[in-house]
Design a protein around this ligand. Sequence first.
Ligand code: TYD
Ligand code: MG
Length: 453
Amino acid sequence: MAKSPSFSCSACGNTTTKWAGRCETCGEWNTISEDAGISKGPAKSLGGKRGSQVVLTDLSTQEAPPPRTQSGITELDRVLGGGLVPASAILVGGDPGIGKSTLLLQAAAQFARSGLKTIYVSGEEASAQVRMRAQRLGLADAPVKLAAETNLRDILTTLEAEKPQLAIIDSIQTMWADNVDSAPGSVSQVRAAAHELTTFAKRKGISVVLVGHVTKEGQIAGPRVVEHMVDTVLYFEGERGHQFRILRAVKNRFGPADEIGVFEMTGQGLSEVLNPSALFLSERGTPSPGSVVFAGVEGTRPVLVEFQALVSPSPHSQARRTVVGWDGGRLAMILAVLEARCGIPFAGLDVYLNVAGGLKVSEPAADLAVAAALLSAREDAALPAETVVFGEISLSGALRPATQTENRLKEAQKLGFTAAITPRGGKSVEASGLSLTTMGDLTGFVGEIFGAG
Ligand code: TYD
Ligand code: MG
């Protein structure tokens, strides 16, 4: 039913149902106009008529697992959750100069060799530069298509025409969308470019890898805004002075998060490290005070690393607390627990803590290894040789069992360790063949290992 029109006078506000040249109420001329009327919702309701019906399934519907492509770089494939999923979007973040371009060029070459049509778009280096690097890495024969381009419109047009299965965009900060009014690298450009690329890739069935620079503050370059748009977020990390590089999955819709791949930067690019524990411990000499081997787990894989602590009288009025590879807040907590629950003060002492090899450990299970390293350094007494340590410390000083105890112990045994110090109450693991010392709290640990209370 058509609703009756309504008119109003702009001079006096009188409303009528029909137009007139002169307002009957105030007598003004040419002041009456038709009102838009108050909306009663969208004229054409969306309600259940015009759409097509969506097919519903139930949760038990069988779905074939996505056909993944392996690159043959085992460490990369595992971090991806078992290979590259078609039409997936991946963000690879990391500090400038850490080796992202090197890794992705090697990955591009391997994926191309295993049959994926691959395009590598560099916004930072000229094609000649990328080719030169490829030659140096022995990848020049791989069927990868190269482009040096930053204009997003041109890149999308190229992808549309070439129809690759994998496109690598290095880096997202250099991409420039001409419909966004700000400089390349700004958050709005990065967000727009990432959105365009990921939605385009999903629509066309292209897997896309976006490279993103992270600054130490994790900001300016802005890959954080991209994280929620992609299926998988990998961070490439490592200390610049070390040759080890760790690729870590922090988000993965197609596999376990927290999985790591370990690489070594060599003159011929990145080479895989298939047994990281052996590598992280390779520089370990005879047991010395302050050094403790932690049996950790990264993702699905056990990794042994060495924690090193140095404790010395502080010449400053405020003692130093320096941490590399672990959380500074967590260190403060352990120091506080040692002081409050075990009566071992660290006031007036400088404390340095380092994870050997450049690995960043974030597991709470490292608490006990940290406490052991600190005590060992403070007392100048080495821990028993060939011993691994793990366990979480609560604020009360109680020790909590860690996850995957068996996995950790097996790895320790495999690498020739003969003893382990762990919290009491974990799953019973007799089969490991290590001599186990279990403790209920930190005071017990201090008494047993260092003969002090
Ligand atoms: P790059 O991949 O360009 O870093 P990103 O893309 O993350 O900025 O790597 C740069 C560093 O890697 C550079 O300092 C040199 C070093 N490198 C090697 O040591 N060996 C090699 O074979 C290559 C290609 C690079
Ligand atoms: Mg680069």
